[in-house]
Design a protein around this ligand. Sequence first.
Ligand SMILES: Nc1ncnc2c1ncn2[C@@H]1O[C@H](COP(=O)(O)OP(=O)(O)OP(=O)(O)O)[C@@H](O)[C@H]1O
Ligand SMILES: [Mg+2]
Length: 353
Amino acid sequence: MNFFAFELEGISFEYQGGQKALDSVDLAIPFGESLTVLGTNGSGKSTLLYILQGLLTPSSGAIKVFGGKAFTPSKRARICMMFQNSQAQLFSLTVLDELMFGPLQHGLAEQEARGRAEDIMELLGISPLANRSPWQLSGGEMKKVALGTCLSTNPDVYLLDEPTSGLDPRSQVALVDLVMKLRESGKTIITATHDLHIIEDISGRSIVIGEDHKVLADGPSIEVLKMNDVLLKANLIHEHSHWHEGYTHKHSHFGVHEHAADKGEAGIEGQPPEAEQKFGKGGFYQNMGDLGGKLKILLEHWQEHNAEHAKTYLEWAEKAQAEGRSELAATLREIARESGRLEELFRKAESQL
Ligand SMILES: Nc1ncnc2c1ncn2[C@@H]1O[C@H](COP(=O)(O)OP(=O)(O)OP(=O)(O)O)[C@@H](O)[C@H]1O
Ligand SMILES: [Mg+2]
């Protein structure tokens, strides 16, 4: 079983005229991972997403999508990109038509396609826009319709380019909640943003692209948010400010909120709040009284790290292979393959809660 949605090795991209947009990017994205691509204006985030959708071909380096080199039509159909500029995405006469287009293309009958479009409009709170022209909507409304076109085809991979920009606060929260639900359902989600507030909620892992178009950092989102030097170098925070909110506000994936201030604690610079410090010892779970609640959190935690672990097993398999220890390499590869099965079992357990 192939474990990675995308594997990029030494990817560089230059636009016509020689404008550099990406420089030597190495990136492996396991299925089911939620990844944030952070970077300042012009760093290359959108270019990276275009490459992951197969819209642009790298100038150099190698890319594998779903384990193979070619972007076949069937692979493309499994990936949906929500463009930074929604106008680039919308073309139908009405919002309803726009949301029925994908399902009809996928062979759904008219009635089913309409039903799916209506469900999505309800989910996104845009039912009153059904008969409006997508071209006459506000920026935020357009963005929701654009996201709806992705949801309507139920892709495996979502590429979200600045999904929260231009949305009002309530719509931003709704979008973050929706991304969290997509994560829980096992979708692979890659979000380009410079909105540091949403990162912990929408992603387990983040990369930072610098102004030199190289990857400056790659790691768990909570760790990346603490890398003040990197964020400063990437022009994501100001010299005189530090990123504190990640430490004083924890919005869990299950509606549990940890506010340091609520508990009368002062946020300590560079330190996570108490519950987060205790995360590894189970402190984070202390308010979850019932078995279902605790287990739900644990299952999500196991799932999130399962993908990272599988990646590490494969890396070690390669190292073992390089040292001529084929048997060990084969066993490690087997462990990585079995991790895919674990993923299924975690989800099965979740569905039985
Ligand atoms: N069509 C194009 N032709 C030439 N250069 C381009 C083109 N599109 C983007 N670039 C350049 O490539 C680099 C990366 O652009 P990209 O749009 O990927 O950045 P970004 O990180 O998405 O920025 P933003 O936060 O502003 O959306 C920038 O220097 C940009 O000027
Ligand atoms: Mg962009």
